[in-house]
Design a binder for this molecule. Structure first.
Ligand code: GUN
Length: 301
């Protein structure tokens, strides 16, 4: 059997088209444009690429974006000061501080300083808490929200299924579990979380109807770890040196695609699977932030 491909590029285009329509409606209704501020500290090459791609997507959708680049040597208080300034600007509806931050800066303190209403990454404890209690007025982290959309829009049944999430990160693993265990017909999964200290990993993944690989170890998930007919979502993106590639590297996932795609029913490719969805959900979250802020300004709160 050869797996069907979950086409993240095509599904992200659906989400982007819906968001673009919403942005145009927002502009017509409010006479302003949703605005997103990016903060990049230092020159981490992957962060340069990601922030650039996100900013270009804003431009395509009609979202106003600004990118603030601080030097690698910035102090934490300089970063926090910029975030606090952006918190106060009415034209900035969303703030994204690209991770990882240079050593010595507390990612937690930076994320917690972002106004939760502008936290389009969904990393602020208030938004994580809202997700945990099923309050949909908060922001959900873009990568797990994007994976949820990939499953729903591919017509993959989630309710009652056993999902094994590999990885417990703040950005993917933990919010992924919360989304999938939520009550409701678009979730209702049985969720198991495995991580670097889990014993009998293969026994766990073998029980999975859906495996979500998000531990950041390239080529980790092999064919002997998944059941025939499983759904396999690959969140990994490791840069592997490749002299024949245009940039001198290629991207490799956490799943051994060549092997696992022969056994799975559905699989996401890398690139072109989860990655495009992360950007699409960021755009959707920015529109949501602008809509919520406009509504609360109109009601005087
Ligand atoms: N670094 C890797 N992924 C992300 C993300 O989704 N948001 C931010 N802010 N940084 C990241």
């Amino acid at each position: 059997m050869s797996a069907k491909i979950i086409d993240g590029k095509a599904i992200s285009e659906q989400v982007l088209a819906e968001t673009q329509t919403g942005v145009a409606e927002f502009r017509k209704t409010h006479g302003t444009t949703p605005g997103l501020a990016f903060v990049r500290v230092g020159e981490d090459p992957a962060s340069v690429v990601y922030v650039g791609a996100k900013a270009r997507m804003c431009e395509r959708l009609g979202i106003q974006s600004q990118t603030f680049i601080l030097p690698e040597t910035s102090s934490e208080s300089q970063v926090l000061e910029l975030v606090q300034t952006l918190n106060k600007q009415a034209t900035v509806h969303g703030i994204l501080v690209q991770a990882p931050l240079p050593g010595g800066l507390s990612q937690d303190r930076v994320f917690e300083t972002i106004d939760p209403r502008k936290d389009v990454d969904g990393f602020h404890p208030l938004n994580v808490g809202k997700l945990a209690v099923g309050d949909r007025t908060g922001f959900v982290a873009c990568t797990p929200a994007g994976i949820h959309q990939l499953l729903i829009r591919s017509g993959i049944e989630i309710a009652g299924r056993h999902v094994v999430v590999l990885g417990r990160s703040r950005i993917v693993g933990k919010p992924m579990c919360l989304i999938l265990m939520e009550k409701g017909k678009l979730a209702d999964a049985t969720v198991t979380v495995c991580h670097s200290r889990s014993l009998n990993l293969v026994a766990m993944t073998h029980q999975a109807d859906i495996v979500i690989a998000a531990m950041g170890v390239n080529n980790f998930v092999k064919a002997n770890m998944v059941r025939d007919g499983a759904v396999v979502v690959d969140v990994g993106i490791t840069r592997v040196p490749d002299p024949s590639a245009k940039n001198g590297y290629r991207l490799q996932g956490d799943v051994d695609y060549a092997e696992v795609s022969k056994k799975a029913a559905w699989i996401t490719p890398v690139p072109g699977g989860v990655g495009p969805m992360t950007i699409a959900m960021l755009m959707a979250n920015t529109l949501k932030a602008a809509q919520l802020q406009a509504a609360s300004a109109a009601s005087g709160h």
